[in-house]
Design a protein around this ligand. Sequence first.
Ligand code: URA
Length: 425
Amino acid sequence: MDVISVIRTKRDRGELTADQIDWVIDAYTRGEVAHEQMSSLAMAIFLNGMNRTEIARWTAAMINSGERMDFSSLPRPTTDKHSTGGVGDKITLPLAPLVAACGAAVPQLSGRGLGHTGGTLDKLESIPGWRAGLSNDEMLAVLHDVGSVICAAGDGLAPADKKLYALRDVTGTVEAIPLIASSIMSKKIAEGTGSLVLDVKVGSGAFMKHLDDARELASTMVELGADHGVSTVALLTGMATPLGLTAGNALEVRESVEVLAGGGPQDVIDLTLALAREMLDAAGLTDADPARALADGSAMDHWRRMITAQGGDPDAALPVAREQHVVTASATGTLTTLDAYAVGLAAWRLGAGRARKEDPVQAGAGVELHAKPGDPVTAGAPLLTLHTDTPEKFPYALEALEGQVLVGPADTAFATPPVVLERIG
Ligand code: URA
């Protein structure tokens, strides 16, 4: 097998054979295929696509590049959730302990933020003492004791995807449905969960800007799950405006704890409960009542135990940014637009996100919203508070928001879209 013929096949719109796929993924993981060669193949796939047979084989080859985890010793059924990423998407934080409180085991391997979308591990690391890096044995122990764990994937899990994702990130080849679907599903299948619920975000703050693309990504991933015996469903959910009222690491932990305490913004509560119900159904726990577990404090109890088990102090004060800047409403009326991508970019520029994997993030940085689209606003009243330790960043954050926060006449008709747009699976 030689790499040039594999690249030529896809460049010329041919179908890759199973042998070609197995070989190229293995050879790239071992370093025999060079980055520039894989980069060329990734671009050919980006431009010419892969059919379902090719995607299934590509995913299997990435799973086989590393270890598969095994949770069969757990007395509870395992279930997991994966979001394709959005702005203010802190749902994993209340969701994992909530689903554990209802009787399932949740092995939640999560990532860090890159670009304008936040990362679950960065958020949790704003809790003093909390550790993202657990060995497989430690992860299993927390799952046994608490029922949910949120941690970083070890180096042994789908190493082909780790290399390929880093390469795609710097070669303009991230937003290809076959590559996104195989990347996400190879990690989730190798993780060994029994069932999976996908939250596929649609809108300006998501990878998929259009409903049709989100549908195609969702159905590709649902089929990949089924091929590997992982019962998988997908919810398509809106990401035109941020989820909840915060975007930023410690700010989102604070809001998640509010939800666990029985409060918090309605869209965060609704999406947490919708995903929890899907996860519990998929795990066969159809009698569980997640709304009750949220109201009676049992989800909060699991959160505290989960944070403590990973070295964190659930009672410690969360970091607060040194400087704040308030953006006020330009007119009296109805807030018609608060663009998710603009808020994500502003939070990132304030220091909540990173440009390169090795960059540090500011725990306290981010954007706090005081109104959501559809709300009445009064001229001069606060709309957003920007938080940062580096106030020289305020002008760049404000530039990101320019023209993306709009107030219309008070009688503007505004229909708040449902939290869940569609279900696939
Ligand atoms: N998340 C992943 O894990 N992989 C992708 O390709 C995109 C989002």
